[in-house]
Design a protein around this ligand. Structure first.
Ligand code: EPU
Length: 435
């Protein structure tokens, strides 16, 4: 496993450019495969999840590559296979978006059931119910979801609980269905709006994205186009907290402050000074953060993906904070924070954090992507050296996190292992060429 060695105690200072949003990039790369002709996508982060989805689509027959200017080209015309490979799909739940794509494009899809993950049981029952409502027959055989539809027909679909993945998968499936689809209780995340804008720029007719009712009037065909995706609000939030936890002064460039509203408010409540410009945010932390209570919720509520980074900051805050997680089972990593001296009690979905003056470096292991980020943040503030293993999980969703932290003055060294090196080389070099 690759490791990061972090020597804590240096306040972060300087400017950092925030990358494109992973959780927009993934569905948008899949959406590009619904169309005829080439799409050229900008602001796509070079993280492992982006490479994984691209590999899955390449195996299905699409042509996808990065050019020298870091733009991702997608030519889906050769996409003719309807079976996605287990080896790649099991790495990432978001690969289930190919089910909506294949149903819409080929009328049939065989995609491995994603199964559980480090965030607990993560079913896809809402996705499947939605496909059925659009007219697909669904069977689960040998671990694969087999979906088939001669024709998808628009209808009203009520999504039981606000679900980002379900809303996106149904937008992909319904964009070219017969008639009108109404998605009720749809998720409202900025990434949903981004997907709708991109689909509309290819000729789709989607209204209401960003509200809880999305209307999709099916169109005959979509045409590839050029598009630049939004920047990553979770990466931006992670850097805000990194600044807060180290007592730094950092400017975040290439951000959309409106997408960060709940994070900005909670960071301000914790005592960080925040100035907003049109595309940048300056964060300044002159004193120890103070304890803040919060509850995660679907957008515009406080993002579950920011819960772990925020808990890391609360671990060294003045006072006691109570943080409730309402979306996933996402507190396993606190055992690792405790190894660094954090005083955290977890009672089911709630963490009670008594802030300590200082954490101390220790060997710890990332258990998932955002948990890994939280450990990096804790390590930046800790006394002494922290060795974080399982860093490939962090690489899934942060583009060059260690490099960006070094630019801000942090003492972070990466110890790559052979497997990590091989994978990175393979992914980065093979994506510089057309297949
Ligand atoms: N749910 C079901 N059945 C379904 C779908 C969802 O019960 O068929 C439940 C989930 O178990 C969860 C809730 O509904 O309790 C919401 O899940 P959602 O579908 O919104 O999550 P997701 O689409 O699987 C995306 C992000 C996650 C982010 C969540 C919540 C992507 C690729 N992933 O997941 O991001 O935490 O929305 O905002 O967009 C991350 O980036 O680290 C990450 C995990």
């Amino acid at each position: 496993m690759a490791k990061l060695i972090v020597r804590g105690g240096t306040p972060l200072k300087g400017k950092v450019r925030i990358s494109g949003a992973k959780n927009s990039a993934l569905p948008i790369i899949v959406a590009a495969c619904l169309a005829e002709g080439e799409s050229v996508l900008e602001n796509i982060p070079r993280d492992i999840d982006v490479y994984t989805i691209s590999m899955i689509l390449r195996e299905l027959g699409a042509d996808i590559w990065f050019d020298e200017a870091d733009r991702l080209h997608v030519i889906p015309d050769g996409l003719e296979k309807h079976q996605a490979s287990y080896d790649l799909v099991r790495r990432m739940r978001a690969s289930f978006y190919v089910a909506g794509l294949l149903l819409a494009r080929l009328g049939k899809a065989e995609v491995p059931l994603p199964g559980g993950c480090a965030l607990g049981s993560r079913p896809v029952d809402y996705h499947l119910k939605g496909f059925q409502a659009l007219g697909a027959t669904i069977n689960i055989e040998h671990g694969y979801v087999k979906a088939e539809a001669k024709e998808l027909v628009g209808t009203k679909i009520y999504i039981n609980r606000s679900s980002v993945g379900t809303t996106m998968n149904l937008m992909l499936a319904a964009a070219q269905a017969q008639g009108t689809t109404l998605l009720e209780n749809a998720a409202k995340e900025p990434e949903i709006v981004d997907l709708a804008i991109y689909l509309n720029s290819m000729g789709a007719r989607i209204r209401g994205a960003g509200t809880d009712v999305i209307r999709i009037d099916g169109v005959e065909g979509l045409k590839g186009t050029e598009y630049s995706i939004i920047s990553d609000r979770i990466e931006a939030g992670t850097f805000m907290v990194a600044c807060g936890i180290t007592g730094g002064d950092v400017v975040l460039d290439n951000v959309v402050p409106e997408h960060l509203r709940s994070t900005i408010l909670k960071c301000a409540e914790a005592g960080l000074e925040i100035e907003e410009g049109p595309n940048e945010i300056r964060v300044c932390a002159n004193k120890r953060p103070v304890a803040v209570d919060l509850e995660t919720a679907p957008y515009p509520g406080f993002a579950t993906d920011m819960q772990q980074p925020f808990v890391a900051m609360m671990a060294v805050a003045e006072g006691t904070s109570v943080i409730r997680e309402t979306i996933f089972d996402r507190f396993r990593y606190v055992d690792e924070l405790r190894r660094m001296g954090a005083d955290i009690k977890v009672d089911r979905d709630t963490a009670i954090i008594r802030g300590v003056e200082e954490l101390t470096g220790a060997p710890v292991e990332a258990t998932d992507l955002r948990a890994g980020a939280a450990l990096v943040l804790a390590a930046l503030s800790a006394k002494g050296e922290t060795e974080i293993s399982g860093v490939e999980l962090v690489d899934r969703g942060y583009e060059h996190l260690d490099e960006k932290l070094r630019q801000l003055g942090a003492h972070v060294t990466r110890i790559a292992d052979q497997e990590d090196d091989d994978l990175t080389k393979h992914l980065t070099t093979s994506f510089l060429e057309r297949c």
